[in-house]
Design a protein around this ligand. Structure first.
Ligand code: SF4
Length: 369
């Protein structure tokens, strides 16, 4: 078996680590590029949401590179994600490729099905061994999220532009070879030392922005034009509403993000009081939380035709009025260009900076472009 999977942020690092532990062969798809997107757009239904198109492109590129088994997460609920794997299989087979498809449905869709799928991915391993692999691999993935969260928050304060990005990349490389729980703990310590060693000016009055929206667009830098690094370099300290291990983990406590699903739903309640699929409800809840925590603004990213976040978008103006919190919704599809996104972000940052200036009677935040 030469399994493969789509890209989504650091998912390739997490999956490679898991496959190395199970011992099955795998191929990491080439990094997502415009060519990947064009492949997806060529074969996917035109009305499909952007993540489906990009992931079809990833799969085709991996098959061209020698993969023979596609691994995709399944899902339940009102959003289209639950049917992604089935559509990907149809579309890519119709395009003439031959492969097996393994769909990893969440345990909630049937425990036995979940276990049987895991056994296919770890042939010859007992349930206990598979559990150990997942537990240790997942613990390592959590550390990757912790490092990312740190970089998002502190990049804005670095004294020399680019140091945090360099240190973050170095920190990931420190984590990469860690196998055992002890090695992971030791690598975590070392990786944080590297990030903490970046010289910072914590007195700099940086803007604080929350980033909310659809999980794939938030997590995949190719699709969001690496917006987080851009904002950090502009002197904006960020908090994001989704992290990979919070999203795939069974716990509803979201230890990386630090706010449980229950608290988010509670915050959203006056505006939206039921699940609408995807990140629709969390997008609303997090905006309220960021408003209450005194953030300067909220950036909302989602793909064109994403039903759950279209619902959130229709609610954000009311939250914005109630809390005097500027929000900016950006819809992303294959036609979206980086220059247009950056122009709107610059205008949004100017607005937030002026608002802060007014509040602080004449003090202007330092924005380093
Ligand atoms: S959350 Fe939105 S973009 Fe993501 S899969 Fe669901 S409908 Fe598509």
């Amino acid at each position: 078996m030469r399994a493969t999977f789509p890209h989504m942020g650091k998912l390739d690092m997490v999956m490679s680590d898991l496959f190395d532990r199970t011992g099955i062969g795998y191929i990491v798809p080439p990094r997502t590029t415009t060519k990947t997107l064009q492949l997806g757009v060529r074969y996917a239904p035109e009305f499909a949401c952007l993540p489906l198109k990009v992931t079809i492109g990833n799969f085709i590129e991996a098959l061209e590179a020698g993969a023979d088994t596609l691994l995709m997460a399944g899902g339940v609920g009102p959003c289209r994600f639950g049917y992604y794997a089935q559509i990907q299989e149809c579309v890519i087979k119709e395009a003439g490729y031959d492969f097996d498809m393994i769909i990893l449905e969440p345990p909630g869709a049937g425990y036995r099905l979940f276990i049987n799928t895991l056994k296919k991915l770890a042939p010859g391993k007992s349930i206990l061994e598979i559990w150990q692999i997942i537990k240790i691999g997942f613990g390592k993935a959590r550390v990757l999220d912790e490092l990312e969260k740190y970089a998002l928050k502190y990049r804005a304060y670095e004294v020399k532009r680019g140091d945090t990005t360099k240190a973050y990349k170095r920190a990931l490389e420190i984590m990469r070879p860690a196998i055992t729980a002890d090695e992971i703990a030791q690598a975590r310590e070392e990786a944080f030392l590297v990030l903490e060693a970046v010289e910072k000016d914590m007195q700099r009055p940086c803007l604080k922005m929350g980033i909310i929206g659809e999980f794939y667009v938030l997590l995949e830098p190719f699709v969001n034009f690496d917006i987080e690094e851009y904002l950090g370099n502009m002197g904006v300290s960020l908090e994001r509403s989704v992290y990979l291990t919070d999203w795939i983990g069974p716990s509803k406590e979201n230890p990386i993000m630090g706010i449980s699903d229950k608290e988010v739903a509670q915050a959203a309640k006056p505006y939206l009081n039921h699940f609408v699929g995807g990140e629709g409800l969390p997008s609303v809840g997090h905006t309220v939380i960021y408003a209450k925590e005194g953030f300067d603004g909220v950036l909302h990213l989602f793909p064109f035709t994403c039903m759950p976040d279209i619902i959130a978008k229709s609610i954000l103006p009311q939250i914005s009025r109630d809390f005097d919190l500027p929000t900016l919704s950006l819809v992303i599809d294959e036609q979206t260009g980086k220059a247009g996104v950056i122009t709107r972000l610059e205008a949004f940052i100017d607005l937030l900076a002026n608002k802060r200036k007014q509040k602080e009677f004449g003090k202007s935040p330092v924005l380093v472009g």
